[in-house]
Design a protein around this ligand. Structure first.
Ligand SMILES: C[S@@+](CC[C@H](N)C(=O)[O-])C[C@H]1O[C@@H](n2cnc3c(N)ncnc32)[C@H](O)[C@@H]1O
Length: 289
């Protein structure tokens, strides 16, 4: 088992200008008590659900907001951004996991933390009518938006299920490809997420994720900030720990296929400049052999 790290040359330092925060005023909502060692997983998930529920209620659709342009900077093709149903892109991703997934017609794809459905809809188009794309999200408001987007666009090879990515409502050995976009950093139990992804994949299936990771530990004031946690920074793992956790779940041929520096306009509120430099947007591919 080896980790081949391919850094995208000139792209490496190009800021993807992603916005895990979204553009809503939710980013400046009053904060709960700082996060401490003893803050429970349930409480962390509740903070995340509240934040993304609010974003789902308040966010406008992508069209005319400049989010389309952000998609291309994140690695989506113009064709991909053009076929998306209106409202599916809330500007919450940190890359394009599908760019590294080599999806085939007829496959079953599962998106962990599917939000308003952006990557589910793109995967659904690639797998075609003989395939299926599922999304799992724990936030009711996000599910409603995703289901409404599917209904309005008349896309019927998709399904959105309520659930936590640590306890997937998906059968063993049933999925060809698991994707995720800027979500696993929000989980208080990443080993459990990777172990669940492994469980639901068919033998020979693959995991392709886009996520935020760190090159060095965060200062305490960022680590303890609720805003930085729900903004996808404070819960991020160190890069090597993240790769180790994927391998520990049983995955083989764990490979970093792309890495970019992360400088997000939406995160400026909670991450000062020198700290933002230690945050990377990383895409990883791994296999269940
Ligand atoms: C930053 S947004 C990304 C949404 C989507 N992947 C995209 O790129 O637009 C994070 C999403 O993950 C969901 N989420 C966060 N933690 C979760 C968990 N533990 N289980 C299920 N969903 C979760 C949130 O509700 C939210 O919809």
């Amino acid at each position: 088992m080896s980790d081949a790290t391919t850094r995208a040359g000139e792209e490496r330092n190009a800021p993807p200008n992603v916005c895990c925060e979204g553009s809503s005023s939710a980013a400046s909502a009053p904060l709960a008590a700082p996060i401490a060692e003893e803050t429970s997983s349930e409480e962390l998930r509740r903070l995340v659900r509240d934040k993304y529920g609010q974003l789902a209620r308040e966010s406008q659709s992508c069209c005319g907001s400049g989010a389309d342009q952000d998609l291309e900077r994140l690695g989506y093709s113009r064709d991909q951004s053009e076929i998306l149903p209106e409202g599916a892109n809330l500007g919450l991703g940190c890359g394009n996991p599908l760019a590294h997934a080599a999806i085939r017609v007829g496959e079953t794809v599962l998106d962990l933390g599917s939000g308003a459905g952006i990557d589910v809809f793109l995967a659904a188009r690639e797998v075609g009518p003989l395939g299926r794309a599922l999304g799992v999200d724990m936030t009711h408001e996000m599910l409603e938006r995703a289901r409404e987007n599917a209904r309005r666009a008349g896309i019927d090879n998709v399904e959105f299920r309520l659930g936590e990515i640590e306890h997937l409502p998906v059968a063993n050995d049933s999925v060809d490809l698991v994707i995720s976009n800027c979500v696993i950093n929000l989980s208080p139990d990443k080993p459990q997420v990777f172990s669940e992804a492994y469980r639901v994949l068919k033998p020979g299936g693959r995991l392709v994720v886009s996520d935020l990771v760190l090159t060095r530990p965060l200062p305490a004031e960022v680590r303890e900030s609720v805003e930085a946690y729900t903004g996808c920074i404070a819960g991020a793992s160190l890069r090597d720990d993240y790769l180790r956790q994927i391998r520990a779940a049983g995955f083989r041929d764990v490979e970093t296929v792309e890495e970019r520096g992360y400088v997000a306009t939406g995160a400026e509120c909670c991450v000062p400049d020198p700290v933002a430099e230690s945050v990377l947007s990383m895409k990883v591919r791994a296999w269940k052999r």
